[in-house]
Design a protein around this ligand. Structure first.
Ligand code: ZN
Length: 54
């Protein structure tokens, strides 16, 4: 009986998946940096740790 060695999973993505706030349309979302509402990313800032937000 052999146990297969599984390589550690890398969760490295080309895009940053986190909380963002688009200051252009004031839309808050989670995902990559591009705003799903106005499709801009120049005005997107990192939401960071907002109390009460998960
Ligand atoms: Zn936006």
């Amino acid at each position: 009986m052999s146990i297969p060695l599984l390589p550690p999973r890398n969760l490295l993505h080309p895009t940053v998946f986190r909380n963002w706030i688009c200051t252009w349309c004031n839309h808050r979302y989670t995902g990559n940096k591009q705003c799903p509402k106005c499709h801009e990313w120049v005005y997107t800032i990192e939401a960071g740790n907002i109390p009460g937000e998960v």
